[in-house]
Design a protein around this ligand. Structure first.
Ligand SMILES: Cc1cc2nc3c(=O)[nH]c(=O)nc-3n(C[C@H](O)[C@H](O)[C@H](O)COP(=O)(O)OP(=O)(O)OC[C@H]3O[C@@H](n4cnc5c(N)ncnc54)[C@H](O)[C@@H]3O)c2cc1C
Length: 437
């Protein structure tokens, strides 16, 4: 993907730092809107940060309708790419089930589905038996039903980001791999200079899409981001013979009570917990982590985090975790990305801190940010992700980390204070009805 000789161009309208899902999506969508005066700088290979090892899960479900809109935008991007890319991008719209342990929770799900319907979110409430019919491995004691969202699924993140970058390049965007942004400084004419070993790029807008490394780039500008490094692990089980023989793939399953997700991975399972005691990672450790680098796995911690999952899905225990993937991502106190400028540095746009949901958010955020930067449109839904939403006087690192850890542990719960559902028990599909798919 590297241009043949020389270095990046001396000037561009938009310079994007970082070739993960966020940077690649932004580059592609700028080009789609007619702006190809864009350069993307990636210090190593595309996707070599957090994107390559993500589980690829793409939810559409969210308590906030604005967030739902962003998530729907992402899945639409993946669906379109799957159709357009010659060999696809590994988009698997297998649907999802979100388990409810009590009628009030089903009512919350119903409220989300009802609100989302006008935006194109499709979903149905299933009773316990209908849920189990779609997920026969489930031990359904204590489950009253689930929300079934057929448009959700998972994608191969590296193929998707690669396809976005390839399309951008085809359209004229200059994609430079193996080129590190070594510092960003203000130019006298109001633009910004991005220094690299292979020359300086001067751009009207610099987009920091450098994932967990964005904090270091912020420090160089004398800025501090409301972000901590957060570790996350998922595990892959050994193959399960019956699963391998099944003609249909299972939907992704999320259990908010036991705080885990699981999807089929060929003949095995891929599963990960959002534990109560997540591990945060310091800035200096992140600064020293290189491309395609994973963190040292902690199988015991993963086993503790998945203990409730094994009770819910006993085959997990029997199959056993064969390998563990441990990585890190920038995480904010409210678990939402940072998208936009900080008042101290207008023209430097943050598109980062995807808080372990950068595949679900990244494609959509890239599309919406391109509308803002080159399309002359201000997508209202981006307000919820404003990079300056935590104010100028950020709490101390220890407080930021504590808030991020609380948010991580409550990943599948509705945010405190959010109004929940009504009309519990209505419109629930029972086993044998057509809608169970
Ligand atoms: C174990 C695990 C599982 C996950 N599963 C999911 C999932 O199922 N669904 C989901 O939505 N999310 C998931 N995530 C989160 C997801 O991986 C990230 O949110 C997403 O990849 C972030 O994309 P990004 O483009 O912001 O950053 P990255 O992919 O980290 O890309 C940043 C890029 O910037 C480059 N870079 C850094 N500094 C510089 C510089 N100075 N100059 C030039 N380039 C630079 C890096 O090399 C890197 O390629 C998971 C994360 C982990 C750890």
């Amino acid at each position: 993907m590297t241009s043949a000789t020389g270095g990046p161009p001396a000037e561009a309208r938009v310079a994007i730092v970082g070739g993960g899902m966020a940077g690649c999506s932004l580059a592609h969508h700028c080009a789609r809107l007619g702006c190809t005066d864009v350069v993307l700088l990636e210090r190593d290979q595309l996707t070599s940060g957090a994107t390559w090892h993500a589980a690829g899960l793409c939810t559409q479900f969210n308590w906030d309708p604005g967030i739902t809109e962003i998530l729907l935008r992402s899945t639409a991007v993946y669906r379109d790419l799957e159709d357009a890319a010659a060999s696809g991008i590994g988009w698997r719209p297998v649907g999802s089930l979100r388990l409810a342990a009590e009628p009030a929770q089903l009512a919350e799900f119903e409220a989300v589905l009802e609100r989302g319907r006008g935006q194109g979110l499709q979903g149905t409430l299933l009773d316990r038996d209908a849920t189990q019919a779609l997920w026969p491995w489930l031990e359904a004691d204590g489950v009253v039903g689930s929300a079934h969202i057929p448009g959700e699924g998972y994608v191969d993140p590296a193929r998707a980001a690669g396809a976005l970058a390839a399309a951008a390049r085809e359209a004229g965007v200059r994609v430079w791999t193996g080129v590190e942004a070594q510092g960003v400084t203000a130019a006298p004419d109001g633009r910004w200079r991005v220094a690299t070993e292979r020359g300086t790029v001067t751009a009207e807008t610099v987009v920091m899409a450098a994932g967990a490394w964005s904090g270091g780039l912020a420090s160089q500008l004398g800025l501090r981001l409301p972000v901590v490094g957060m570790e996350h692990q998922h595990g892959l089980t050994a193959a399960v013979a019956e699963l391998g023989r099944s003609a249909t793939e299972l939907p992704v399953l999320r259990d908010p009570q036991a705080s885990f997700y699981i999807r089929q991975d060929q003949a095995g399972f891929l599963c990960g917990p959002f534990e109560d005691d997540p591990v945060t990672v310091g800035e200096s450790e992140i600064a020293h982590s290189g491309p395609f680098q994973l963190r040292r796995p902690d199988p015991e911690r993963l086993a503790r985090g998945l203990a409730a999952a094994c009770r819910r899905i006993p085959v997990l225990d029997r199959a056993g975790i064969r390998s563990v993937v441990a990585g890190v991502d920038g995480y904010t106190p409210d678990g939402l990305p940072l998208v936009g400028e900080l008042p101290q540095a207008p023209g430097v746009v943050w598109c980062t801190a995807f808080s372990l949901f950068g595949i679900a958010f990244g494609a959509g955020v890239g599309a919406l940010l391109a509308e803002r930067l080159v399309g002359g449109i201000e997508p209202p839904v981006l307000a919820a992700l404003a990079a300056d939403r935590f104010g100028r006087d950020l709490p101390a690192d220890v407080e930021l980390a504590a808030r991020a850890r609380r948010t991580y542990a409550a990943e599948y719960r509705p945010p405190a204070g959010r109004p929940v559902g009504r009309r519990a028990g209505t419109a629930v599909v029972r086993a044998g009805d057509d809608d169970t798919g």
